[in-house]
Design a protein. Sequence first.
Length: 150
Amino acid sequence: MMMVFMTNWDVLDLQNKILRVGGEDQYIISDLGSTFGRLGNNNLPLFYRLGRKVNSPKSYIKTSFVKEVEDGEVKLAYKGKNRGLFRGFTVDQARWLARLLGRLSEQQIRDAFRAANYSDADVRTLTTAVNNKIRELENAIGGRNLAELR
């Protein structure tokens, strides 16, 4: 779910693994280089790459995160090769992520982007975009009270 949150379009199975350790799922992500931009324009094979951008705060702020919630499943706004990693998210899983993300302060989000050496303008844009996506997730799952965790 976080890969779509960050609009990572370079989501190869070899870069994203789910390991079961001691009865718990643990996630390994080895490449975040194609994030914070825009996904491709469509789902057609070979053409899903058209229109994608990386490291573009102005594009990232315009992207959507959640497409809809249907039958207890949170469907993400993802176009591209869907390798099964972006399906089957339950409302409870989305609520867990929303609560975790909701704990981030404005300053923590800004500091993360500042540490990545973004300009002041880009830090503001990315911080706004991250907060928008957190609210989008909260609203999609009916978790308006989650904002109180901030």
